[in-house]
Design a protein around this ligand. Structure first.
Ligand SMILES: Cc1ncc(COP(=O)(O)O)c(C=O)c1O
Length: 418
């Protein structure tokens, strides 16, 4: 586990200063702490303080931090080879093993993958694929959606203040309210290449739509000849209590995008679709390309993480422990209904909504040794997404700390929802 001696204050301050000076900052303000190590659901700061991690590094550490099987796989792979070639020339056995695992838990027919390094990159590839396959220009996306920060992904991500400074973006993107099938029906037409949707919205506030929404979108896409892209970057790999969040409904998409937890903590993503749709990337050859996508080290880590998920039943555990987590949060809500106004989620993809400032509540929890987070597109929402290996005792500890913070009224505005 390496040196576990806490750093002295001068060394910590030095790292802070050098970080602020040399790393481009897109978020203002002082960083919370200097990281020393992480294991399971515990993150340890350089001053020696332990934190209960109820974020999983935003839905990445689904098998927990530094899982021994993942560490062993990375170490073994590092000793054989890391990077050897740009995608497409040699056969990389780790890519085969990784993709076979992923496509063993997708619907029949969705059995081909293009490997990437990140969520935004998966979105980019999926948009290109949809355009090329359909020959159509337009995309339909949803209010509060988030699909990444690169130019194409940004074009289909909702929040206008983050889009406007970078315009012109992709033309012909229409946003409709999440969950509103009538609005979707009006937007999806014969110019639409694809509808892109997070089946459960992540950065929009962990919002679960009505049961008719995803099947309705499938029908609307079929009616107009558009493709249905489901973004499983945040909701995939067991987070929602199913392998992929769209599997809560009886719907087969045309394209699935994923990343985050896929690489077991290393950068890895995938675009999964049918061989027929992917064939369009061969004509002309090299229609899509990446140097690092499907990196063998990332695949080795991803294979190990996937096998841990299966062996330890972590998808089912996510569903079960998610119930426990929501029950505990609902108890606090029942005591303070004017302070916590909603508890929601599926599996261990959970959130609570405060009548006030979610960031202040998250900050107070952190002072007490528990890490949670805000989301990008919903101000009062606090995200609670622990590793899928979280224990009931750890969930109970989180709930007790939450009760303390809510009882003290921290971050709650007297006037109600901020
Ligand atoms: C649903 C969804 N799609 C795409 C992305 C972008 O992923 P990345 O940050 O790896 O580019 C995110 C990131 O949070 C996400 O939540």
């Amino acid at each position: 586990m390496g040196d576990t001696t806490p750093l002295d204050d001068a060394s910590i301050d030095s790292y802070r200063d050098r970080f602020a000076r040399h790393l481009s900052q897109t978020v203002p303000g002082r960083k919370e702490f200097v990281v020393a190590r992480a294991h399971g659901c515990t993150l340890t700061a350089a001053d020696g303080r332990d934190y209960l991690d109820m974020t999983s590094g935003i839905a990445v550490a689904n098998v927990g931090h530094t899982h021994p099987d993942v560490v062993a796989a990375i170490t073994e792979q590092a000793g054989r080879y890391a990077h050897v070639n740009v995608y497409g020339r040699f056969v990389i056995p780790e890519q085969v093993e990784m993709v076979e695992r992923i496509t063993s838990v997708t619907a029949p027919g969705l059995d081909v993958a293009y490997l990437t390094s990140s969520g935004a990159e998966s979105t980019e590839g999926a948009l290109k694929l949809a355009r090329k396959y359909t020959g159509r220009p337009k995309f339909v996306a949803f209010e509060r959606s988030y699909h990444g920060r690169t130019l194409g992904a940004l074009s289909v991500s909702w929040r206008e203040e983050w889009r406007r400074p970078f315009e012109p973006l992709l033309p012909e993107v229409e946003f409709v309210p999440f969950g509103d099938l009538d609005a979707a029906a009006a937007a999806i037409d014969e110019r639409t290449a694809a509808v892109i949707v997070e089946p459960i919205q992540g950065e929009g506030g962990i919002r679960v739509p009505d049961d008719d929404f995803l099947p309705g979108l499938r029908a609307l896409a079929d009616r107009s000849g558009a493709l249905l892209i489901v973004d499983e970057v945040q909701g995939g790999m067991g987070r929602s209590g199913k392998w992929f969040s769209h599997q809560h409904w009886d719907v087969v998409p045309d394209i699935i995008t994923m990343a985050k937890a896929v690489g077991g903590g290393l950068p890895l993503g995938a675009i999964v679709s049918t061989s027929e749709i992917f064939d369009t990337f061969v004509d002309p050859p090299l229609s899509h390309l990446t140097t690092m996508g499907g990196n063998p080290m990332s695949c080795a880590a991803g294979i190990a993480a996937f096998d841990v998920m299966v062996r330890d039943g972590l998808v089912e555990a996510s569903a079960r422990r998610g119930e426990h987590l929501r029950a505990r949060m609902s108890e606090v809500q029942a005591e303070y209904p004017e302070r916590i106004v909603d508890v929601r989620g599926r599996g261990l993809w959970c959130a609570f909504e405060v009548a006030g400032d979610g960031n202040a509540v998250a900050g107070a929890l952190q002072e007490r040794g528990v890490l949670v987070g805000s989301v990008l597109n919903s101000a009062g929402t606090v995200r609670v997404t622990p590793p899928l290996v979280v224990t009931e005792a750890e969930i109970d500890r989180f709930a007790a700390t939450l009760r303390e913070v809510i009882a003290a009224g921290i971050g709650i505005s007297a006037g109600g929802v901020a």
